[in-house]
Design a protein around this ligand. Sequence first.
Ligand SMILES: C[S@@+](CC[C@H](N)C(=O)[O-])C[C@H]1O[C@@H](n2cnc3c(N)ncnc32)[C@H](O)[C@@H]1O
Length: 336
Amino acid sequence: MNATMLSEQTKHIPVMLSQILSIVSPQHGGVFIDCTFGGGGYSKAILKYPNTKILALDRDKLTKHFANVLIKKFPKRFKFFQNKFSNLNNIIDSNLRPRAIIFDLGLSSFQLSDSNRGFSFGSKNSISMEMGINKYSAYEVVNNLDKQYLANIIKVLGEEKNGKIIANKIANYRNKKEIKTSEELTSIINKAKKNYNKYKKNPATKTFQAIRIFVNQELTELVLGLIMSTKLLSKGGILLVVSFHSLEDRIVKNFFNLYSNLNNNPSRYLPLKKKSNLFELPFKKALIPGENEIYQNIRSRSAKLRYAIRNNNSFFYPEEFKKKFQNYFNMEEIKL
Ligand SMILES: C[S@@+](CC[C@H](N)C(=O)[O-])C[C@H]1O[C@@H](n2cnc3c(N)ncnc32)[C@H](O)[C@@H]1O
């Protein structure tokens, strides 16, 4: 997809924007880090307030097209880095004291509709599924990865109970012919699912999710992104995440619960562990979009917004959290 097609073909509607603005209150000015710039929906809305500055990141080089517009319009107030948010610490000055760090996870509408990347089921182009700055593509994963590993990835990262059957079908197919397109992969998966035409969603949905997450290391990126952000925030700084599926939300929820005021007192017989938290949590429950937003932007229907406010405690490395999700890191050790 080239730059003109990017803006003409699709529009990415920012999800839960009004809730986000009311949480981060840009009217008071300050520095904001937009970790998932995409089409720049959040950055643009924040820059409308005069005393704000944005440092934005995105791993996808095509987002530079949207970033350039803001660089031109706000040369002193907007900076863009094509990088992954797990590298936040190498990019952002540790004395910056941002007012908020914002994550809007998953894919943008531009990426989803870019047939060259093969995120969608019917794509007839080569199956890549890369967001940008990747170690391997979906093509390499489905054609080369050991059958057992593939089954495990589909089961764990797709929460697909038929992981083994699907991996077997993929292995049988690729023994005869390489899998080149997403359309081909969809058809192989559908054949592995019983009564596949009775599903409400495309039966390949969970397997596609798994392969996409694996190719982009999305869950380990999130674990590291949360840790790096916490290190950068100082008292009162807000960490805010919009997630779109249960695996992402589980990570965010666990992180906030483990290191917030709500998890201070495991037993009333134990002394209070005052210094073991890093956040104040205004709500335990996730916020969700209203009916009106879902009606206007169907993509928002699975969104969950969680945020936490950094307290005064010095940063410590959240070992317990990292350990909880260590299996995702182990899965990535596989060599292709
Ligand atoms: C849902 S879109 C963000 C949309 C944006 N909030 C807007 O309103 O236009 C998610 C973006 O995050 C980027 N992204 C995903 N994982 C990333 C990571 N680990 N590091 C940096 N960018 C990432 C994707 O490339 C994509 O452009």
